[in-house]
Write a protein that binds this ligand. Sequence first.
Ligand SMILES: [Zn+2]
Ligand SMILES: [Zn+2]
Length: 227
Amino acid sequence: MYKYELHCHTSEVSACAHVPAEKVVEYYASQNYTGIFITDHFVCGRGIPGGLEWEKWIDKFCSGYETAKSAGDKTGLKVFFGFEYTCYSNNGTDFLIYGLGKEWLKSHPEIMDMGLRQGLEFMMCEGAFIVHAHPYRESSYIEMIRLLPRHIHAVEVKNANRDDTENGAAEMYSKYYGLYRLAGTDNHQGGQQKRFCGIKTELEINNPSNLRKIAESGNYTLFDEMR
Ligand SMILES: [Zn+2]
Ligand SMILES: [Zn+2]
């Protein structure tokens, strides 16, 4: 049985995260995870941070993942790339994007100027596997709960940092529309985190696109564990 974290941040890239990539990897390796996806925040619609050139910014954006990947290679933990896409001009609503990597981002700076629907449609056409992260989260940065059931493949129905009301509504949403159900911790604090969500499966992930195959196969279970 393989165990995966699907939603995790590094302090190198996500301003809201508290733990650097190496420590994150150290922790997950110590807990016998098979692999983790690093999904740092990728915010469109408010320009490139720090006035960097696009390619330089993408290099910087991928640095949390790359540091985690090197640390993972040493410990045996598999580390995969993903990102949490948010359209700033829409005031919140977050999506986990899997299967598009650094080179894809470098080739598509136009993503920064696309609105939410257009951005999701474009990434879906480009082969992304798209999961709506905590769709019923209520927070000051999310102007309103927005659902785009035709623009996603899956719903994060268990998020370790959301309560039963928010996760329960996400579960109903996924069922009503027949969307795949997935789970992730949304870990911003490495080993300080107390509750963990993710998937267990008999199928091994060798590259980020495999996550879609696992969702389609149904050969996985969601876990929700306290440490
Ligand atoms: Zn965050
Ligand atoms: Zn997140």
